[in-house]
Design a protein around this ligand. Sequence first.
Ligand SMILES: Cc1cc2nc3c(=O)[nH]c(=O)nc-3n(C[C@H](O)[C@H](O)[C@H](O)COP(=O)(O)OP(=O)(O)OC[C@H]3O[C@@H](n4cnc5c(N)ncnc54)[C@H](O)[C@@H]3O)c2cc1C
Length: 378
Amino acid sequence: MSDQQSPDALARFEGELAQHAYAFADGLFESDRDQVFNREGWGLCARLGIQAMNLPEAHGGSAVGYTEAAHRLERLGYHCRDNGLLLSLGAHMWGFQSAVVRFGTEQQLDSMVPKLVRGAMIGGLAVTEPAGPEPSAISTFAQETQTGFLLNGTKRYVTNGNTADVLLVIAKTGRDDSFLGLSAFLVDARTPGVSAIRESTMGVRTSGVSTIRLEDVFVPFNYVLGGRNQGWRIFNHAMNTERAMILAPTVGTICRLLESCTAFVRTRSTESRRLGSFQSVTNRLADMAVDLRACSALVRALANDLDHDRLSRSGSCEAKLFLSDAWVRSSMNALAIHGGLGYLTQSDIEREVRDSFASQIYSGTSDMQRNLIASWLL
Ligand SMILES: Cc1cc2nc3c(=O)[nH]c(=O)nc-3n(C[C@H](O)[C@H](O)[C@H](O)COP(=O)(O)OP(=O)(O)OC[C@H]3O[C@@H](n4cnc5c(N)ncnc54)[C@H](O)[C@@H]3O)c2cc1C
């Protein structure tokens, strides 16, 4: 057990999170309204060692393992109410960093990991296109030149799109439609020809979801990740890891929602009766408690599978499907329990409902997860 995993280290981590919870919540109503990314929160997460958790020790990361990372992210989700920031972290760590760590060359890791550890570099994964999220829908093309590639195309809904320093772009390097002709490129977001247009979203409004346009963007050969035509393998690795881990903070979120709803039900009275005396209200608490326990067990089981390199093909899809539905259910239960109070825009609950619905779309919609799970059953 590393020092990071000792009970003392975990208690210290929890204490620091509790102490800094204000930094995550400070001005959240305004940042959500104005779609402002929480840079202070991102920096704070780096100081707490969050981004370093899946980065190699040899380059300054802490490589704590998935089980440990899941536990810490759960606690982060409990203390941090900025779901846009949590999505930004998830896309960065599991969509972007995990691919760089797995497929990056020593030179790529040397140049990037120290900045990633410090929170001085933000990454994004750019797959989805106007024609859809599947690799077969990709038309962004990388034309080989003598010294590298020229990329042209449009990527949609890229989390961190307008804040990222580096984008991992999946593009075609072959003229046929086969997924074998895809490659992954590390694109410096400041390269001439890259532009980001911030989309206005229903929820997770602090996460910088953007359309990325690539017009004759030059990428040198040494910024191809994993070698030419490895885009499909890299996409699969990133999606599997992202689907398994991106909703780990949701366990903490549901826990916080359940605690605040329970406190509300205990104290609020209507028609001279306590809310807790209405079974229709307490049933909602019971459903939230069941969702919390199931989500927690799923995340831990999957993290353990990842630690032992035995994640099944459908495991990450099952977890992503269940956790996103559970988050939507729990936030809607919280809204119902709070009545008119929950519907006010100043309440955290209406934002929680808006944020939760995004989870049924990113990393592949719930329909797509069901399709994949069923295809492996038949
Ligand atoms: C907040 C947010 C963050 C995102 N972040 C990123 C990111 O960082 N990087 C990135 O590349 N993408 C990102 N996405 C894009 C996301 O992965 C896609 O929006 C999602 O996969 C759906 O693709 P689409 O929008 O093209 O919908 P469509 O493919 O047009 O789907 C429309 C509807 O048809 C259904 N459908 C489509 N195809 C199938 C199928 N094969 N089986 C069953 N049902 C199907 C869908 O479930 C949906 O209900 C993000 C999206 C959101 C909302």
